[in-house]
Design a protein around this ligand. Structure first.
Ligand code: TXA
Ligand code: MG
Length: 311
């Protein structure tokens, strides 16, 4: 629990249109007042994020979300089953939704989430308005799972960094859209497909783009550490550091020695940050099973290994 003054300083900064980084159970978020065009524009600029990529609005409970978007019966079912938690729900904007249109990047939809972290919830309750928050890193780089990662990546661009220790889930929320007839998974994340499908009672649709995950031309580079990544590697080659998985791997950078994808997700971004900190040039990554949170881990690794835009 943070002292009330620390929360108050963060609340005042948000109300002035400044940026506040805060912990969630998935990754650290870079927060701004979702109802202020200026604050949202400042956030896009600080991250170097293309303004065509919409943002998630965070609220302190499901009731607050239901006032901002139009939830179908199935969308409500997921909200009630999994919030607070690592799930983002995309629904049509409510008629008088006060969230900046910039946050929706010109779409008629809005992405909403109730994070499962005491400090995030305390902040959201105290500020009493929706807060947009992408991961608190420069666009395209590795997401932060500690306050130190945030400070290293964003430095003076952030007015306040609330430190809530390392994130427990370690990969971003699963994004499910209700903009089409059938619920569609837009991004695999901290809540597994299986858990969602069990509550819905049917399969999630998959977005057309992610049906072509193996054609690198379609794949946007994202989550990238400075080092180059080689995936599905059973052992390192000369000059490579090894990011292992499973009982046969026991090096210092093993995502989960007991072969647990939940533990691996929690370690993924931290280990990529640490290897970057050591200045390694190339990282070979062990194969990761695709079930449960493995789907999200493999998604992040694929994008981190994708060809990078020339800078
Ligand atoms: O776990 C998380 O979701 C973290 C923490 C801070 O909550 N936030 C996060 O935000 O990962 P960001 O901005 O890095 O990712 C937001 C994702 C993007 O893939 C974006 O395209 C999608 O959500 N998104 C946001 N609004 C959308 C909308 N209206 N329609 C479709 N996709 C949307
Ligand atoms: Mg991100």
């Amino acid at each position: 629990m943070k002292s009330p003054t620390e929360i108050n300083v963060a609340v005042e900064a948000l109300k002035k249109g400044e940026l506040v980084a805060f912990p969630t159970e998935t990754v650290y978020g870079l927060g701004a007042d979702a109802t202020s065009d200026q604050a949202v524009a400042r956030l896009f600029a600080a991250k170097g994020r293309p303004s065509i990529n919409p943002l998630i609005s965070h609220v302190c409970n499901a009731q607050a979300a239901f006032a901002l978007g139009m939830f179908s019966v199935d969308a409500k079912k997921l909200a009630e089953a999994f919030w607070p938690g690592p799930l983002t729900i995309v629904v049509p904007r409510a008629p008088r939704c006060p969230i900046s249109l910039l946050a929706s990047a010109g779409l008629s939809s809005i992405a909403l989430r109730v994070p499962d972290h005491p400090l995030a919830l305390e902040l959201l309750r105290a500020v009493n308005r929706p807060i947009v928050a992408p991961s608190a890193n420069l666009s395209g780089r590795t997401s932060p799972t500690t306050a130190a990662h945030v400070k290293r990546g964003l430095g003076k661009k952030v007015a306040v960094v609330l430190d809530g220790g390392p994130c427990t889930v370690g990969v971003e929320s699963t994004v499910v859209s209700f903009m089409n007839e059938r619920a569609t998974m837009l991004r695999p994340g901290g809540l597994s497909r299986n858990e969602i499908e069990q509550v819905l009672g049917h399969d999630l649709d998959v977005e057309a783009d992610s049906k072509r995950p193996h054609s690198p031309g379609q794949m946007e580079s994202h989550y990238a550490p400075h080092a180059l990544l080689r995936l599905d590697a059973t052992s390192p080659r000369k000059g490579e550091s090894y990011l292992g998985f499973g009982s046969h791997d026991n090096g210092p950078y093993t995502l989960s020695e007991r072969g647990d994808v939940v533990e691996a997700a929690a370690n993924l971004f931290r280990m990529l940050h640490e290897l970057d900190g050591l200045g390694v040039k190339a990282i070979a990554v062990a194969p990761i099973p695709h079930d449960g949170l493995g789907e999200a881990i493999n998604d992040r690794l694929r994008r981190a290994a994708a060809p990078r835009p020339k800078t």
